[in-house]
Design a protein around this ligand. Structure first.
Ligand code: GLA
Length: 390
């Protein structure tokens, strides 16, 4: 955690007078591999990172949510229902959406004064929105005296994205932000929601993230388009093979190849990415458990190629960062991470040379693009929790 929770508590005193009664935190995440597989009910391998959203809060006696967003130095106030998105304060939608879902579950919901502060970069593919959602949920659970299971909590966050924000995203981000464990990645089967904390058994390698500085502005519509294309592939495969299945998770490469002639070329490539990425995620999981950085790096590179050529969710800046990273000494492998179209790359780098790697990647990217990117090692951190407020 880089932000001291005391900072949130002090800001609360300034904004609202008196100390907060509650402090909660939730991390951002980096997806190691398993990209665009979650909404196809496949496999993912993300880890929570040492960047957080922190909320300091005090319960109110009415049904008002008053939120000071420290990152934007602005305050917004809402009634807890009727539920509507805020045009003026889009950042608040993640809290309002969570409050609505809590109420729809029939759980106790109270008004609160809140300070929200975070250092998860916004729009960089590190799940700043899931971080705010799961911090808000942890707060409402603490005040309301109830606790959801990880799957229930993550599904609630997914409903906020799907039904309130309007992005057809999967369950990965909220799941890892809720259920991450320090020193571990999380292998998740997005169909059964069974998960396993996978120890990061590599003393000799670290994960580095590099930000393109390109915010994924158009991601919403392009993302939803990919979701639809995957659905088209499923329909075509079912029609040709006579097999039953609801998601690409249900099919092997041979099924896809049998139906190739009936679908548009780009739809075929989308499905080829998803089916092959599921296999790569299983392989990466084994490599991580075995502490085999060479093998994990190779799988990273293959995933990146597939996302660039078949799924077409990279952009020139992501491709550049990934290839610059790969060309530096001590890099085992590089790939884009998250939804794509901008945001971050993740690199697996020999531990001893990580500081040098960061400096060199930052400077060669700046020379090529004029963009000062942030390139930093990240540490696998814990999922959301309430911080004892002493
Ligand atoms: C975004 C979505 C996730 C997932 C990734 C791509 O982060 O929120 O559900 O689909 O993109 O892997």
């Amino acid at each position: 955690m880089n932000i001291n929770p005391r900072t949130a508590a002090e800001l609360f005193e300034v904004q609202f007078g008196g100390p907060p009664d509650y402090l909660v935190r939730a991390p951002g995440r980096v997806n190691l591999i398993g990209e665009h597989t979650d909404y196809n009910q496949g496999f993912v391998l993300p880890m929570a990172i040492d960047r957080d959203t922190i909320i300091a809060a005090r319960r109110r006696s009415d049904r008002v949510l008053r939120i000071y967003a420290a990152n934007f130095e602005t305050t917004a106030e809402f009634e807890l229902g009727p539920w509507a998105r805020s045009n003026e304060h889009p950042w608040a939608d993640y809290l309002i959406g969570v409050a609505q879902q809590v109420e729809e579950l029939g759980k106790p919901l109270y008004g609160a004064d809140c300070v929200v502060i975070g250092d998860v970069p916004i729009g960089s593919g590190l799940s700043s929105s899931a971080s705010v959602e799961m911090a808000a949920l942890t707060l409402f659970e603490t005040i309301g005296g109830f606790a959801l299971e990880p799957g229930e909590a993550a599904s609630l966050g997914q409903r906020v994205e799907n039904d309130f924000i309007g992005v057809s995203s999967g369950i990965m981000d909220q799941f890892i932000v809720r259920a991450g464990k320090a020193g571990h990645a999380l292998f998740l089967d997005c169909r059964s929601l069974q998960f396993d904390h996978v120890p990061i058994a590599m003393d000799h390698a670290v994960f580095v993230i590099a930000d393109t500085g390109i915010s994924r502005g158009l991601a919403g519509s392009a993302y939803n388009k990919r979701v639809r294309e995957c659905g088209e592939a499923v329909t075509a495969i079912c029609a040709v093979t006579g097999r039953k299945g609801s998601h690409l998770r249900d099919f092997a490469m041979a099924d896809l190849d049998a139906a190739r002639h009936t679908m548009e070329e780009h739809v075929y490539r989308r499905a080829r990415h998803v089916i092959s990425e599921n296999s790569r995620t299983l392989e990466a999981c084994e490599a991580l458990r075995a502490g085999n950085a060479d093998r994990l790096g190779i799988v990273f590179n293959a995933s990146d190629r597939s996302l660039r050529d078949d799924y077409e969710v990279t952009c020139p800046e992501l491709d550049l960062l990934a290839s610059l990273g790969r060309s530096l000494p001590g890099c085992f492998g590089s790939r884009m991470t998250g939804a794509g179209f901008g945001g971050c790359t993740v690199h697996l780098v020999a531990a001893g040379i990580a500081p040098d790697f960061c400096t060199r990647l930052q400077s060669s990217y700046a020379t090529a693009t004029g963009i000062q990117s942030t390139v930093v090692p990240v540490v696998a951190s814990s999922g959301a929790y309430g911080i004892p407020n002493r």
